[in-house]
Design a protein around this ligand. Structure first.
Ligand SMILES: [Zn+2]
Ligand SMILES: [Zn+2]
Length: 173
């Protein structure tokens, strides 16, 4: 997995409803091997992590560079990561989070932080955002070349466009 996918997975993790292990398993459709390990305790730990990570997205959304850097550094201190060079594709060596003896929540938190820290260093600290659609609080990672993303999804983008269109119609009358 490359760091952009880790970073995008961190946004999905933050947006997920995680009441219990079944919710957690539902967020890992392509990673069957983690399902048996996932526990309610992992869901609890990840709910706390969601609250801790959200301010990093909010800081990035308002171009608060210091907030992003301090926020991620603080979380990496709290949740130490053990990276590992992976050679499952020998022509594309890249970092994974070591899975040995890790719980599912430790693994997902490690991947989120490694992905976000690498993204901030490689693409810049203002690539994270909170959806601009009025009723949505979901977060996103902006990997567009011209850094133009404002919504978490196409659905929110078209909802906001419709709302803006209606507002224009109203003011035109
Ligand atoms: Zn990989
Ligand atoms: Zn949205």
């Amino acid at each position: 997995m490359d760091f952009i996918r880790y970073a995008e997975a961190s946004a999905a993790l933050l947006n997920a409803e995680l009441a219990d292990r079944d919710d957690l398993v539902a967020t890992l459709p392509a990673r069957d091997w983690l399902h048996d390990q996932a526990t309610d305790r992992d869901a609890t730990v990840l709910r706390r992590f969601q609250r801790e990570l959200r301010p990093v997205f909010e800081a990035s959304d308002t171009d608060d560079v210091r907030g992003v850097i301090d926020g991620l550094n603080g979380l990496m201190e709290k949740y130490p990561i053990t990276p590992m060079i992976s050679d499952h594709d020998p022509s594309d060596l890249h970092l994974h989070v070591a899975t040995r003896a890790a719980t599912v929540s430790e693994l997902l938190i490690g991947e989120a932080l490694l992905g976000l820290a690498t993204l901030v260093c490689d693409l810049g600290p203002t690539r994270l955002g909170v959806c601009a659609e009025a009723r949505c609080t979901d977060v996103y990672v902006d990997t567009s070349p011209n850094q133009s993303r404002r919504y978490c999804s196409d659905r929110c983008s078209s909802r906001a466009n419709v709302a803006a269109y209606r507002a224009r119609q109203k003011s035109a009358v």
